[in-house]
Design a protein around this ligand. Structure first.
Ligand code: UTP
Length: 297
């Protein structure tokens, strides 16, 4: 029987240069989308997909992220004393059981592939998920849960994929499609950040993966790829060349690139508008500024 996916790796050891100066002291993944850090969205998505073990690949300076997962008994006690049951419930929903979270260090930012490789001993010989918390996906059924279902039908490696315009293909890992079956595509290759005009398709890989242990073996080569970094897409390509299937999965939902300023702002507006307690105020404000902008033109 095929093994269930119960472990997920969260690589959070990047430098987050696009968010400097904030990321000098605040890890990108702890930055707040409405009222929850990015990492909480990723954890919730992972839980809904059946993940039981959460493995963070961290670097120096990610202490605030580790603290976030600690219990806060004093705060809980204060809230209980004041009868603030609603806040207490919110706080408790962020608790993790002891032993559910593990941290491994990536000592140098050698690339996403290298970060995943750093967690190899905690994965062992079973399929696993990789989630990049700065890709936030708004979806009725969480993206990773969709992929776990797709994995049950299509054993192998599965990467989340979405169409991007020609001018954006050089920013992503791009899929070379073998057969397009609609929601799922089989692939005959993958190119990390191809030069403009050289992408094999418009289907880009984004930050959700279901991978086999073969990918970890391929990462042992520690071969630098695009940008001099050890790329995860190269190791996935190597697994395909070794005979494994690699599928692209067109997920249902909207992906926000919260690693970029513009993506983060769009996600903030979108998630706030989806909240009953915030929607009316924000909507009125947005209408006002759009009206003022138009009037000024
Ligand atoms: P990004 O490409 O977004 O890089 O990494 P970054 O360093 O986080 O941000 P910028 O581009 O400098 O602004 C994609 C994911 O891979 C992780 C990052 O933490 C992020 O989740 N990563 C990247 C590592 O864990 N280690 C690395 O060496 C590189």
């Amino acid at each position: 029987m095929r093994k269930k996916i119960t472990k997920a790796i969260f690589p959070v050891a990047g430098m987050g240069t696009r968010f400097l100066p904030a990321t000098k002291s605040v890890p990108k993944e702890i930055m707040t989308l409405v009222d929850r850090p990015l990492v909480q969205y990723a954890i919730d998505e992972a839980r809904e997909a059946g993940i039981k073990d959460f493995i963070f690949v961290t670097s120096r300076g990610t202490g605030a992220l580790e603290d976030y997962f600690d219990l806060a008994p004093q705060l809980e006690q204060e809230l209980r004393k004041k009868g603030k049951e609603d806040l207490l419930k919110i706080l408790k929903s962020t608790n993790m059981d002891s032993g559910q979270i593990a941290y491994v260090r990536q000592h140098k930012p050698l690339g996403l592939g290298h970060a995943v490789w750093c967690a190899r001993h905690l994965i062992g010989n079973e399929p696993f998920a990789v989630m990049l918390p700065d890709d936030v996906i708004a979806a009725e059924k969480p993206c990773l849960a969709q992929m776990v279902e797709a994995y049950a039908e299509n054993p192998g490696n599965i990467v989340a994929a979405m169409e991007v315009p020609d001018e954006k293909t050089s920013s992503y890992g791009m899929l070379d499609i073998k057969e397009d079956m609609g929601r799922i595509v089989s692939t005959k290759g993958m190119v990390e950040k191809p030069k403009m005009g050289e992408a094999p398709s418009n289907l880009a890989v984004i930050g959700r993966y279901i991978l086999t242990p073969t990918v970890l073996k391929m990462l042992n080569k520690k071969r630098p790829g695009a940008g001099g970094e050890i790329q995860l897409t190269d190791a996935i390509s190597d697994a395909r060349e070794a005979g494994e299937e690699v599928y692209g999965y067109r997920f249902e939902g909207h992906r926000f690139d919260c690693g970029s300023k513009s993506g983060f702002l769009q996600a903030t507006v979108s998630f706030a508008l989806a909240r009953e307690d915030l929607r009316d105020d924000l909507w009125a404000y947005l209408n006002d500024i759009i009206y003022a902008e138009k009037a000024a033109q």
